[in-house]
Design a protein around this ligand. Structure first.
Ligand code: GTP
Ligand code: MG
Length: 198
């Protein structure tokens, strides 16, 4: 499924720039620096596809990726919760994301990345709420688990599972990943494959 060459298609700053070919989309969302771009690169096994950086808040647009013959595209969403972001940038982000989530029937699932060291934070809960309100299916992905011991991973997994219980649009399985150590990546591919078969 991910063996083909994926290409950066375009960066979108307004909903009007989204493609209209009807192809399904799966998106990756999460706080700045949570590891969205890294996970995406691990998923398609292409190191330099999505730009990763140590500077939080680098991805400012919806970045669309596609591959020839693949029935879906991948969307790298701009990170949220960047403390130093100016207020108008936050407003812009909110507007773009809300528009995207509300109007995009092509959007099959949003993978919401959560740093395994931090668990669910206030702005994560804000986006989960937005997803529940817009009835967009989402699934939690724990990232950077190479930084934790197995017992700690289990604890954060349980607390996140508790946090999504009774949330209407949440898919009740969590993916536990490390892009660095390439752990959980196959499982995530499996979730995506299953999703596409639905
Ligand atoms: P923005 O685009 O700014 O929102 O960030 P992002 O969510 O795309 O994060 P990115 O993938 O750029 O990664 C941020 C930092 O975390 C980089 O320094 C990565 O090397 C590091 N990182 C990403 N994934 C992992 C991981 O699985 N383990 C470890 N240890 N570090 C990681
Ligand atoms: Mg990024």
């Amino acid at each position: 499924l991910f063996a083909r060459e994926w290409l950066f298609e375009k960066g979108v700053v307004a909903a009007s720039g989204l493609p209209v070919d009807g192809r399904i989309e799966i998106a990756f969302a999460g706080r700045s620096n949570v590891g969205k771009s890294s996970l995406l690169n691990a998923l398609v096994n292409q190191k330099g596809l999505a730009r990763t950086s140590n500077t939080p808040g680098r991805t400012q647009e919806l970045n669309l990726f596609s591959a020839d013959g693949m029935p879906f595209r991948i969307v790298d969403m701009p990170g949220y919760g960047f403390a130093k972001a100016p207020l108008d940038a936050v407003e812009k982000w909110n507007k773009l994301i809300r528009r995207y989530l509300q109007g995009r029937v092509e959007l099959a699932r949003v993978f919401v990345l959560i740093d395994s060291r931090h668990g669910l934070k206030k702005n994560d809960l804000d986006i989960l709420k937005m997803l529940d309100e817009t009835a967009v299916s989402y699934q939690i992905v724990l990232t950077k688990t190479d930084k934790l011991k197995p017992g700690q991973i289990e604890r954060v997994k349980q607390s996140v599972l508790d946090g999504i219980q009774r949330r209407p649009a949440a898919y009740p399985f969590i993916a536990v990943t490390s892009s660095e150590k390439k752990q959980g990546i196959d499982t995530l591919r499996g979730f995506i494959a299953r999703l596409l078969n639905d």
